[in-house]
Design a protein around this ligand. Structure first.
Ligand SMILES: NC(=O)c1ccc[n+]([C@@H]2O[C@H](COP(=O)([O-])OP(=O)(O)OC[C@H]3O[C@@H](n4cnc5c(N)ncnc54)[C@H](O)[C@@H]3O)[C@@H](O)[C@H]2O)c1
Length: 348
């Protein structure tokens, strides 16, 4: 029997209770030893449903007192850097929620800290772990689509401005819809395209819903007074290999419903998800391929299982730090381009 992995969770809000804690609980040989939340009583309340977990309000105290092997950082974005670096310096492997941080500079500090500590830093980009994403990536890597020259990444919600937490305040999150859900769409598309190196970014952001009280809000209105971020971001990104990608992300828009998907075009085939379809020419005919029998999984849980396998040394992390930093560099560049109106070079 292999060693029990002792895990701590920093930030016991929505994503920790919905995904990280149940994700660890589903795994053999993993013990959630400690939970921490800066709001007094919050970690203690969550700990009531997690036998054996000790609650803390200060993660530095938790890291000093518990001999943890691994930590999930599930705080709002502004606390990702300091909590992650503290955990790495305490000798823990870290699974930090997306985006890596508020901006590229912070992300670089975190990656450098992981290298210095010789510990794993995995970022919670769970869409890579969905079955259809994994399947399409295998086809792309096998060369079935030829050379990939174009992608589209979409994460559009008709009405999905978060009503909890601090998602709509730039000083806590670094941005709005673009950094919050655009990060998922962008990361998955880049990964499916083989992570080409970005060279230029032209972007725009909008905020046409967040400050208004006269729009439909079926799940309740967000905090309109504190809203100071984008509720939509779009961009054209070009890459060193000649490829390009169009990104669209929004929390609110007048559209039919939610629209979440990826399209990639290659010289010998194209593909879209979800659902996964592959389009090719075969013996003079155009054929549409729809894989059958794929087993749907909970992406977060596969992500967490992968993290623990990497901690045990049984797998190599597929969310590579350089890829995550490129994602953050593009997000920063979209915000800069939106501010200045010009194209931003990333290869200068
Ligand atoms: N991968 C996904 O699908 C997904 C989904 C939702 C949220 N997230 C990410 O997860 C993070 C948290 O989002 P959430 O929805 O759980 O937010 P949340 O507001 O529900 O929970 C965050 C918790 O962190 C606590 N916290 C803040 N600062 C802290 C600190 N210094 N030490 C300890 N606890 C601290 C807060 O009190 C709160 O309880 C964000 O970075 C977000 O982008 C990812």
């Amino acid at each position: 029997m292999s060693k029990t992995i002792r895990v701590g969770v920093i930030g016991t809000g929505g994503i920790a209770t919905a995904q990280h804690i149940p994700g660890y609980q589903a795994l053999e040989g993993v013990e959630i030893a400690a939970l921490c939340d800066v709001v007094p009583g919050r970690a203690a309340a969550v700990a009531e449903g997690v036998p054996g977990a000790r609650p803390y309000v200060d993660y530095r105290e938790m890291l000093a007192k518990e001999s943890l092997d691994a930590v999930s950082v599930t705080t709002p974005n502004f606390a990702h850097r300091d909590a992650t670096i503290a955990a790495l310096q305490a000798g823990c492997h870290v699974l930090c929620e997306k985006p890596i941080a508020m901006n590229l500079a912070q992300g670089r500090e975190m990656v450098a800290a992981a290298r210095k500590a010789g510990k794993l830093l995995q970022v919670g980009l769970h869409m890579r772990f969905e079955t259809e994403s994994q399947t399409l990536r295998r086809h792309v890597m096998a060369g079935d689509l030829g050379e990939i020259y174009y992608g589209e990444a979409t994460y559009m919600r008709r009405r999905g401005i978060p009503t909890w937490g601090v998602f709509t305040q730039s000083r806590f999150q670094g941005g709005g819809a673009l950094i919050d859900i655009g990060v998922h769409a962008l990361d998955r598309a880049l990964w499916l395209m083989g992570n080409p190196k970005p060279t230029t970014v032209l972007g725009a952001t909008y905020a046409h819903f967040g400050k208004r009280t006269d729009v439909a809000a079926p799940r309740g209105l967000w905090d309109v007074d504190k809203f100071d971020v984008d509720d939509m971001g779009v961009a054209l990104i070009r890459f060193a290999n000649g490829a390009s990608l169009i990104l669209r992300a929004c929390w609110a828009a007048h559209i039919e419903g939610n629209d979440v998907g990826t399209r990639i075009l290659g010289t010998h085939g194209g593909a879209s998800l979800s659902p996964l379809r592959i389009y090719r020419d075969l013996h003079g005919d155009m054929v549409d391929i729809a894989p059958s029998g794929l087993v749907e999984v909970r992406g977060h849980h596969v992500e967490i299982a992968h993290f623990i396998a990497c901690v045990r040394g049984e797998a190599q992390c597929i969310v590579e730090p350089e890829q995550v930093l490129d994602v953050q560099a593009i997000l920063d560049a979209i915000y800069e381009s939106a501010r200045t109106g010009g194209e931003v070079r990333l290869d200068a």
